[in-house]
Design a protein around this ligand. Structure first.
Ligand code: SP5
Ligand code: ZN
Length: 341
């Protein structure tokens, strides 16, 4: 399969995140891509640049005011004399107004963000936009008949909701790809999220939809980010009731238990009989990931890819998390080569 990649990802750099009460350089850093690129090249996957699909397919899953905010936020920050990176310092929590978007930049950040770990820098929009174009290009390759394609997106996407950002994510690349496949005529599309963290943004976007199934296997929100979504009783609403499946697992989960749960998730995808699959591919399930607590080893990633291949579906892989930078390339390439068999 082909890898779609843009060097513009590197413009999202230099931000700090609030981690255990301290500002530290983001775990989600540009060098992640260098390791993945080296590993997929070594595995023989050809690399190509994204096409430009513009804003329209992004606006199919995100709020227009939210997108305008992402495009202009840093300029507004500079206009008040600031530089570097932006983090919110106040949030629209329970009992506070959700119906009034502040005009000032600090209020706007708190309105659209839901954590203090997702800085915006000057190049964030360019990087996120290029990543979305990579996801769209991979989806187009599959829509045009390729059995599979891999979008090496950075920053990641699965925590970005209809009008919210967090978890290092701004544009939901996987959701954008899934909606693109729907718009290309695939009647039912499934998103299978194997990142360590619950795919709350993707769940949010398709919550009331019966035509896009969302399935996520992740660390329990009882102790793991994003903390306030990802429980098993979240099943969707309205027409979408029954079309969201969450499989939370405890800290310390190793391959045997993980594999059994992945098989349940895959069975839910199969029962939906989709015409295409999007895999939100985070490899922060790895035993040495610095912010996660599962115990998967390098040898398990090809098995994960083979299990997903068992669905026999046209598949778009979209890169999400994975922070053990020196090892994530081999783990990503392991899933992709295991899928190809
Ligand atoms: C795409 C993706 O993987 N986003 C993850 C965002 C996680 N950000 C918050 C991390 C909090 C981790 N808690 C520290 C536990 C250290 N053992
Ligand atoms: Zn993650």
């Amino acid at each position: 399969m082909r890898t779609v990649y843009s060097p513009l990802h590197a413009r999202h750099d230099g931000g700090m995140e609030l981690h255990r009460g301290e500002l530290v350089p983001c775990f989600e850093m540009p060098v992640r891509v260098e390791y993945i690129l080296a590993a997929v090249l070594a595995a023989g996957l050809p690399i190509m640049a994204p096409r430009d699909f513009g804003l329209a397919p992004i606006l199919r899953v995100h709020d227009a005011d939210f997108i305008a905010f992402l495009q202009t936020a840093f300029a507004q920050w500079k206009a008040v004399g600031k530089d570097g990176f932006m983090l919110p310092s106040g949030f629209a929590a329970r009992s506070m107004r959700q119906d009034h978007i502040p005009t000032g930049i600090n209020g706007k950040l708190g309105y659209y963000a839901y954590d203090a770990g997702t800085p915006i820098v000057e190049g964030t929009w360019d990087a996120a936009f290029a990543g979305a174009q990579s996801a769209l290009t991979a989806a187009a390759l599959v829509a045009e008949g390729a059995p599979a394609a891999y979008a090496l997106c950075r920053p990641p996407g699965h925590h970005a909701g209809y009008a919210t950002y967090g978890g290092y994510c701004f544009l939901n690349n996987g959701a954008i790809a899934a909606q693109f496949l729907r718009d290309q005529g695939r009647a039912r599309v499934a998103v299978l999220d194997v990142d360590y963290h619950h795919g709350n943004g993707t769940q949010d976007i398709f919550w009331e939809r019966a035509d896009v199934l969302t399935v996520s296997v992740h660390g329990t929100p009882e102790s793991e980010y994003p903390f306030f979504r990802g429980y098993a009783d979240e099943r969707g609403a309205g027409a979408g009731l029954g079309f969201n499946h969450n499989f939370p697992l405890p800290r310390g989960t190793a391959w045997d238990q993980y594999r059994a749960t992945l098989e349940e998730a895959i069975a839910a995808v199969r029962a939906f009989a989709p015409e295409a699959l999007v895999v939100s591919l985070g490899v922060d399930t790895y035993e040495n990931d610095p912010i996660s607590a599962f115990k998967l080893k390098e040898a398990h990633y090809p098995l994960m890819g083979a299990a997903i291949a068992g669905l026999g579906l046209p598949t778009v892989f979209v890169q999400e998390g994975g922070y053990a930078v020196a090892e994530i390339g081999r783990n990503v390439a392991g899933v992709l080569t295991g899928f190809e068999g």
